[in-house]
Design a protein around this ligand. Structure first.
Ligand SMILES: Nc1nc2c(ncn2[C@@H]2O[C@H](COP(=O)(O)OP(=O)(O)OP(=O)(O)O)[C@@H](O)[C@H]2O)c(=O)[nH]1
Ligand SMILES: [K+]
Ligand SMILES: [Mg+2]
Length: 437
């Protein structure tokens, strides 16, 4: 993709819509604007213009905005055209844009890629931006906002500076050690700071489990014997008939899932086949899949009808809560359960929600969102701290070796924000974007 291209795309959502925003970025953006709208309006000020095709035929009236590079999202000259969001209107304008030489439709993520290449955003910020566009819950939004606005990047760059400073001091020491030793106390201070940094990064890494829950969701698996009322609970929490409910034991075979928003957290709720010794091969497969889901759950809700004597809780390392169902049939029995419900009588559903949301808050806390949330971030930070610990551990090694370990540690932070060695990562990151972003 030649950098000299001017790219354009519909940047607003699906059509038809009240307004459609078309973004144009690149060296020909202003020339295109002059030809379409008669002039280039003053930067960052919306101006109402007639927008015409290349034959002077009126396409639409709309607002035109200009952004002079580098003061634009991509860092290039940019134009935004806000026109009516009718399919034919948008199609006509896109067709007109495509006819200008050097102008072509943007690829997915290409505006953001240019922003990265022009130093407007680093990789962590771009990952945050992708998450912000995908955010469906309040906590996802907060996490992504923090990240896309550079809070994490600033933290990582601060750490990188500390590592590079330490390395420079160490190298100074072995450069001059022949003539005049730098005082022992300076070296001691450096290594004390590096020890503290290692702790800080490890503490930050512990936040990954929380970030992952916020970003990817908290996985709750409903399990229990056949006919316990699992699918009924799933439907009640989802507020719609996701799963088939019948009086026949063994109704659910496949794993079904719905996404819920509980207090701003994404909850991924799974309904599974009732666990029993099944003779039917399809049901056996369902039971096998249920066991698999339970193993990677964050929380298991184990359902059984209240008063049902024979309760076998799954023995797994994830927390299991015991839920009594069909309370309408056996009122008064509440002992031994973490919650008692009746989907038929609409009892206890609020308790289930509270139980799940308390469990999430226990794990995530509800304050700080300056935490890593992607596996890529987690891996780079782990590699960074590993190299740092190597430098700290090898106290008797030659200083060159220890300085080299500090350099590698700093490089991992550089890769994390994309300051170095990024080509191979770009495809993976930008492919998440839709066209127009
Ligand atoms: N009285 C009463 N019946 C219920 C309640 N919840 C579910 N049932 C009934 O219990 C039967 C089984 O419900 P399901 O939701 O299909 O149970 P399940 O655990 O998903 O069953 P399998 O998928 O077959 O393992 C159905 O006939 C439901 O109508 C309840 O709160 N009270
Ligand atoms: K059933
Ligand atoms: Mg079921």
């Amino acid at each position: 993709m030649p950098a000299g291209d001017t790219i354009y795309a519909l940047s607003s959502g699906g059509l038809p819509s009240g307004v459609a925003v078309i973004r144009v970025s690149g060296p020909a953006a202003f020339e295109v604007c002059r030809r379409l709208a008669g002039d280039v309006p003053a930067p960052r000020q919306a101006a109402l213009r007639s927008i015409r095709d290349r034959n002077g035929e009126l396409l639409d009236h709309g607002l035109v905005l200009s952004f002079v590079g580098p003061h634009s999202f991509t860092g290039e000259d940019c134009i935004e055209l806000q026109i009516h969001g009718g399919r034919a209107v948008v199609t006509a304008l896109l067709k007109t844009l495509g006819a200008f030489s050097g102008c072509r439709l943007a690829e997915a993520g290409e505006f953001s890629r240019r922003a990265f290449e022009n130093g407007k955003l680093d990789l962590v910020e771009i990952e945050g931006l992708a998450d912000l566009l995908a955010a469906e819950t309040e906590m996802q939004r907060r996490l992504a906002t923090e990240q896309s606005r550079g809070a994490l990047s600033a933290l990582y760059m601060g750490w990188r500076d500390r590592l590079l400073h330490a390395r420079a001091m160490i190298e100074a020491e072995f450069d001059f050690s022949e003539e005049e030793d730098i005082p022992d106390s300076v070296a001691a201070t450096i290594w004390t700071d590096m020890g503290a940094l290692s702790h800080e990064i490890k503490r930050h890494l512990q936040g990954y489990a929380r970030g992952e829950i916020i970003r990817d969701g908290f996985k709750v698996v409903i399990t229990g014997p056949p006919n316990a009322g699992k699918s009924s609970l799933m439907n009640a929490l989802a507020g719609r008939d996701v799963a088939i409910v019948t009086e026949y034991a063994g109704t659910t075979r496949d794993v079904l899932s719905v996404d819920l928003d509980l207090d701003g957290f994404l909850v991924k709720l799974y309904d599974t086949a009732g666990i029993r010794e099944a003779s039917d091969v399809v049901e056996q497969e369902g039971v096998r899949r249920a066991a698999q889901q339970i193993a990677d759950a964050d929380l298991v809700l184990h359902l059984s009808a209240v008063g049902d004597a024979d309760i076998q809780l799954p023995s797994v390392s994830v927390p299991v809560r015991k839920i009594g169902t069909k309370a309408d049939l056996a009122p008064g029995i509440v002992k031994d359960y973490d919650a008692v419900i009746s989907t038929q009588a609409d009892l206890g559903l609020g308790d289930i929600k509270t139980l799940i949301s308390n469990e999430i808050k226990d794990r995530v806390g509800d304050g700080a969102v300056s935490i890593p949330s992607r596996l890529r971030q987690q891996e780079h930070l782990s590699a960074c701290v590993e190299a740092l610990d190597e430098a700290l551990r090898s106290a008797t090694a030659p200083l060159e070796v220890r300085a080299e370990a500090l350099r590698r540690s700093a490089d991992w932070l550089g890769r994390l924000t994309g300051r170095i060695d990024t080509e191979m990562l770009l495809g993976a990151i930008f492919s998440e974007f839709c066209v127009g972003k």
